[in-house]
Each structure stands twice: as C-alpha cells, then as structure tokens.
Design a protein around this ligand. Structure first.
Ligand SMILES: *Cc1c(COP(=O)(O)O)cnc(C)c1O
Length: 454
C-alpha cells in the first residue's frame, strides 16, 4: 500500500515512512492511494484491528510484528471488548472508547501507533523528535504511548489554563525524561499553527527528524476505523454514528470505514460552540470564528486539520484544487467549497452544534434515564443525537470517561465521578511543565535546547 499527499506534490510513500513523518512535505496529509475493501463479522476487536491495519501496513511490518504490537497495545485496556457497545435506550447506543490508560479514545490509536513507531524507528535508526499540539487528550495519550522509549523526544504543547486539571496532570505527572510539556500562552489553534510552522521549516524538521503523532498521522485514522466496523457488526441495520468532533480525525475514520465498504447511514459531526464545521456544511463557507473555551475543551478547535482529507475525497481527489484551496485558506481565512464537493459531503455527513447549557442538561438527562455518567464531549454527541430522526440504530461515540472532566459532571448531576483505581494517586504526583509564550522562535529554541544531547 502506497500513500499520496492531499496536495499532490510529495512523492508516494510506504506505511512505515508515513508513520515516521506524519505530515507530507508539501504541507498536505497522507491518504492511501486506494481504499482496501474490508468486511468484519464475528471477529474480536484485536482480530479486526489486525485485519484492517494489516491491509494498510502492506509490507512495512510482518503479520507477526503487527500481531505482537496490537495484542500488547490492547492488553492494557480494562475490558477485553476494547470498545464496548452499550444500549442506553431503544436503538440508542454508546460506543465506549475510553477504556485505555488515559481515559479517552485517543489511546485506541496511540497505543498501537507508539509501538509501531518505536519498531519503525529501530529499523530506520537514529533519533526522532515528536511534536504534538493537544487540546488535552492527545497529549496524555502520546505520553502514555511514547514516554520512556529510547531515541524519541516528545514535546507536547497544550494551551495554558485551557485544559482540565485531570488532563493537565495526566501529562505533567509523567516521570519520563524524554517527555517535555509546554504550556503555551495561547489557544489550541495557536499550538497547532506552531507545529505546522515547525514542519514547514525544512532545515529544522530535517535536523530534528521531526514527526507528528496527532490525527494528521494516517496510522491513527486507520486504527480508529476499526471500532466503526466492530460496532456496526453488532447491529442489525446500518447505523447513524454521532461523533463529537474537534480536529475531524475521529469522524474521518468513519468516512474511511465507509470507503472500505462499511454500510453507514450517516456520520453526524457534533460540535460545541466552536461550530466552524457545522457552519461549513450548512453554508458551504469554511471560515474560523473566535475560539471559545467550553466545557468540552478537547473540541475547542477552529481549524480542523483532517477536514482537508474529507475535502480531498469530496473533490474526487482533486489534489491541485486542494492545494490551491488550502493555500488561499491560509491567506484569506476563508474557503468556499464548490457546490459539487459540498453536495458530496452532505451525502455522508450531517452536522449539529451544541452549547454548554445543552451539554450540562444532557449529562443530567442521560444520568436520570440510564444511571450512567457521561463526559461533556460525549454529551455534545448525545445532544446532537436527540435531534436526529432515525429509523435504525444511532451510535453515540463516547470519547472520554466522565472522571476526566469531573467539574462539568458534578455541575450537571451533583456527583463527582471517581478516578479509576490505577489513577487514584494523580493529585499527589509532582508536575513538570514549562510555560512558554505564543512565539515560534521561543518554541523552536526550547526544542533545540532540550534535544542537544551531549
Ligand atoms: C480529541 C477528542 C475529541 C475530538 O476528536 P477529533 O478527532 O479531534 O475530532 C472528542 N472528544 C474527546 C474526549 C477527545 O479527546
């Protein structure tokens, strides 16, 4: 399997190479040259992951290597189902994606990616510098996956004072010397822009062997497509999936599953007050507004990197148009989606924005109805699901454990969800982080300083 760039200029590469580089050198995102056809029936989660990731990995890893890494990645989850599907009302389901070590769905892909990454790096030789901008959950998942590994330095940039206490502590309490936490005096979008600028600095990127493990890394999309298959396999009719969306990685993994042959009724993009995607689908104009801090901070994102992948597909893979459109978007901060591409997007996607008060109301309502505590991100999707008139099953992606966002859950229900036993000592651990200004040169200097290995 070869991977091409959404912007059409970078040469095609193999799986191990795109795993280690993350972003294409022309600024685009890697996509498989062709989608493999897949069908999943009674397989276990691990078997399904081996089958799907096997198709994407091609000959980059042997099936024995993949098996070892996938099995050990999921051995650390607290249920052998990995992504259980729970019915909460007639034809309404929660797909629980938070059973990994850091209590959010990012673990599902990151635990596999970390292992494959270390393996590919050992084969290639040399060091790698991983830089990731996080709205809260990718950072801790990356630290859980890469902390302590040899020949890797991991820099995690989170927006200072804009993540939950639990999210911050999960990152800053890491004891590993190769983990460097940066609290950026800015928003998630500022952090993401800095990461993109670091990649665009080709001298720096080459000296550092810079790489990205956020959802612009296609390996994550591939790993996340698995739970769409395993969930649908448990249902009698093609489901509507309602996906709490920030950077568009998770919902695009749904499109990936669809393109591999999975029958999906609709993919619903659920956003909080940062509703650029909902507006884009409604009006055809993709234009970021001001960033709002909400109760669902992992979705406080204006510019959704992976939307470029959806645009690539919706334009029938017109890389020249995507390149032009993304370059002009970077200048003008507005992108007008041509009618045909917009029509294509609307065939698969619907969107709905949910504010904080509706989010709290929904946490309270689901608790009353089912006795379950859901986190505010899941609640955004659950609120969006309420508006859908579907005849068949509706699956709400439950992307985080309620204990990761205890303040919002307490406000809604009066109950403080307890941390699971393996994290009970989180508040006693020493924190390590550096508060840095929203300034490219300052971040670059910090990285150079920390990676000057004697
Ligand atoms: C990252 C995250 C999201 C958004 O996922 P994207 O792939 O960025 O769209 C939603 N909920 C939680 C809890 C997250 O951590």
């Amino acid at each position: 399997m070869r991977y091409i760039s959404t912007r059409g200029i970078s040469p095609a590469k193999g799986f191990a190479e795109i795993l280690l580089s993350g972003l294409a050198s022309d600024g685009g995102l890697f996509m498989p040259e062709a989608w493999p056809r897949m069908s999943i029936g009674g397989e276990t989660y691990v078997e399904a992951a081996r089958k799907i990731l096997g198709a994407f990995a091609g000959d980059s890893f042997s099936s024995g290597e993949l098996r070892e890494d996938i099995e050990s990645a999921y051995a650390g989850f607290d249920t052998p189902e990995i992504a259980p599907l729970v019915e909460i009302a007639k034809d309404r389901y929660l797909l629980e994606l938070f059973h990994g070590p850091t209590l959010a769905f990012k673990d599902i892909a990151m635990q596999v990616l970390g292992r494959l990454f270390a393996r590919a790096l050992a084969k290639r030789g040399g060091r790698a510098t991983v830089v990731v901008a996080t709205s809260g959950d990718t950072g801790s998942a990356a630290i859980a996956a890469l902390g302590g590994l040899p020949n890797i330095d991991l820099f995690v940039i989170h927006p200072h004072n804009r993540v939950s206490d639990v999210q911050r502590r999960q990152m800053t309490a890491s004891p590993h010397g190769n983990v460097h936490n940066i609290a950026l005096e800015g928003t998630f979008d500022d952090g993401q822009a800095i990461v993109k600028a670091l990649f665009a600095d080709s001298g720096f990127a080459a000296r550092q062997n810079l790489t990205a493990v956020n959802s612009i890394n296609f390996a994550r999309i591939a790993a996340q497509s698995v739970y769409y298959f395993t969930a649908a396999a448990k249902l009698k009719a093609p489901p509507v999936f309602v996906v709490p969306t920030g950077n568009f990685g998770d919902v695009f993994a749904g499109e990936a599953a669809l393109r591999m042959g999975l029958a999906i009724e609709k993919l619903v993009i659920a956003t909080n007050a940062n509703d650029i995607l909902a507006r884009a689908l409604a009006t055809g104009t993709y234009a970021p507004g001001a960033a709002h801090a909400t109760l669902s901070p992992s979705m406080d994102i204006q510019v959704a990197s992976n939307f470029e992948r959806a645009l690539f597909e919706a334009s029938n893979r017109d890389a020249a148009w995507v390149r032009e459109a993304m370059q002009s978007f970077a200048r003008e901060k507005t992108l007008v989606i041509p009618p045909e591409a917009l029509g294509n997007l609307r065939v698969r996607y619907a969107a709905s924005a949910v504010d904080d008060s509706k989010t709290l109301e929904t946490i309270a309502r689901i608790h009353k109805q089912s006795g379950r505590l859901i986190d505010p991100h899941t609640a955004v999707a659950a609120a969006a699901a309420e508006k859908i008139e579907a005849n068949g099953p509706v699956v709400i992606l439950a992307t985080a454990h309620s204990a990761k966002f205890p303040d919002a859950v307490k406000r809604a229900t009066g109950i403080t969800p307890p941390l699971p036993p393996h994290m009970a000592d989180l508040y006693e651990k020493k924190e390590r982080m550096s508060v840095l200004p929203n300034d490219l040169a300052a971040i670059r200097g910090f990285i150079e300083d920390r990676t000057a290995h004697p």
